[in-house]
Design a protein around this ligand. Structure first.
Ligand SMILES: C[S@@+](CC[C@H](N)C(=O)[O-])C[C@H]1O[C@@H](n2cnc3c(N)ncnc32)[C@H](O)[C@@H]1O
Length: 189
């Protein structure tokens, strides 16, 4: 197998910023490449809940086509938000907010929503369905692949995953991005 392609320059910059901030809770590269691919299919405004130091945002940005699409991302921790904002200082297409993600509730609807604030109970379908435009995409990551139904995680039914995979407002698929990691991708009907 040939080597995977180099990281996009903007993602490299995000890793430098993360390293300097001592932050490691960023999305893995497999998920990042998926985000970039999905962003390449989008116009309009994309949103991310939970910026960290901007690695996921940078992956999204690397996929954006043209000058019309926008990315807005919210991070509760002002120190992390400040670090992420550094990456996009000269980029009018990306806005980093030092704020709770609820700040983004009245700025939708979004063409893509990356739910990555690490608080699964807050990102059920009901909480975000109206934030996504028809045909818009929601991405949730950090699941452990599971072949059973209903899905089990840590010995219990994973009700968040079950809800996303069965809600009639979305067509949802669980995709393994690595042997030990899966992601939910949902399209608003
Ligand atoms: C898994 S990390 C985000 C990683 C980032 N999306 C990436 O891919 O590199 C989760 C982040 O969400 C932030 N967070 C937690 N609760 C939040 C909230 N209510 N609003 C905004 N950010 C929040 C945390 O401070 C943390 O930095």
């Amino acid at each position: 197998m040939s080597a995977p392609p180099d990281l996009p320059e903007i993602v490299r910059r995000a890793f430098d910023v993360s390293r300097r901030a001592g932050y490691v809770s960023f999305c893995r590269n497999e998920t990042g490449r998926l985000l970039a691919m999905l962003a390449a299919t989008r116009d309009g405004t994309m949103a991310e809940f939970g910026t960290g130091t901007g690695v996921g945002t940078a992956w999204l940005r690397s996929g954006v086509r043209g000058e019309k699409a926008r990315i807005v991302t919210a991070e509760l921790d002002p120190r992390l938000a400040g670090a992420a904002a550094e990456i996009f200082t000269d980029d009018p297409q990306v806005e980093v907010l030092a704020a709770d993600w609820s700040t983004l509730l009245d700025r939708g609807p979004y063409s893509l929503l990356f739910l990555d604030s690490g608080e699964p109970t807050e990102v059920g379908v009901d909480a975000v369905a109206n934030l996504v435009e028809d045909g818009g995409i929601v991405v949730l990551d950090d699941f452990t692949p599971c072949e059973m139904w209903p899905p089990i995680a840590y010995g219990r039914v994973d009700t968040l995953r079950e809800q996303w995979l069965t809600d009639e407002r979305f067509t949802t698929v669980e995709v393994m991005v690595a042997s030990d990691a899966s992601t939910l991708i949902a399209t608003k009907r």
